[in-house]
Design a protein around this ligand. Sequence first.
Ligand SMILES: Nc1ncnc2c1ncn2[C@@H]1O[C@H](COP(=O)(O)OP(=O)(O)OP(=O)(O)O)[C@@H](O)[C@H]1O
Length: 310
Amino acid sequence: MPLPSYALGVMEASVYAPEVLARGLPSALPPAQPSEGRAEPTGLAAQAAPLLSLQGIGLSFGGVVALADIDLSVHPGEIRAIIGPNGAGKSSLINVISGVYRPDRGHVLLDGVGYAQVPTQRLAHLGVARTFQNLALFKGLSVLDNVASGLAYKVRSNFAGQVLGIGRSRGEQRDTLSRADQILQFLDLSPVRDRLVGTLPYGLQKRVELARALVAQPRLLLLDEPMAGMTASEKGEMAGFVRAARDRFATTVVLIEHDVGVVMGLSDRIAVLDYGRKIADATPDEVRNDQRVIDAYLGVASDNEDGAGI
Ligand SMILES: Nc1ncnc2c1ncn2[C@@H]1O[C@H](COP(=O)(O)OP(=O)(O)OP(=O)(O)O)[C@@H](O)[C@H]1O
């Protein structure tokens, strides 16, 4: 199947750090890390200015306060989880960070530059990519086309050039396919490259969504429940891929996830929400022993998919 017109093009070079451009995409999948061997952020990363800053974020729906006075700083290369019981405000927060919701109060800053509600295209140019809680893939298209569509917002060629396949567009098309193929290899998806996404098992579809978000080598990757609905071994694999992506591309990752056990093994730091407020923001070990967190989760351990609790 030819690549659809929306998927043609190349990425805007300005989005990428020079070292990533120089390094290019990997040619082979690095070994997935065990989910427990957490890599602490380096002293340098921990001291660097945050890539993402939330300052005093507030958001209400009618009379319902979804988020209240949330501050958050996520440093370059960090894997940051946001957890909390049902209705705590996790989805609202990721929607604020990804520009879907405009907060009633407060500021969102990426590299010190503020933004509020932004269209997806602008978000991509800022270097932010996300996955969705409920898969948002083109089920009737191949894995390759779905992943290539992750570059759709980076196109340089105009529509006519894409349709006619002329001039720079052809080069762009080759470049798009090449980048998509490399990310497929990185995530061990090459064997299903030409399969229609709708025919794949759910766990693999989640991985295709990760590939589509990663193909643009975002500075900030937002993952909305990346392991939801997966088996325990699929979750472990996914955690390994997320960490490998961070290690290879220096991508900063913010994820929300219900499986607290997986989150503890994967994250450098964890922010805990409860009733729209941040009640903890610390390392996994500190969070595990935080009385407020334990209290917030008491009686809701069964909400975690593996029932693991904290
Ligand atoms: N679009 C909306 N309209 C009205 N209320 C909303 C909307 N979205 C979220 N809320 C409310 O805001 C609060 C926070 O919801 P949110 O979905 O952000 O929590 P969550 O932690 O992601 O929950 P879950 O784990 O169940 O997905 C809840 O009380 C919810 O009912």
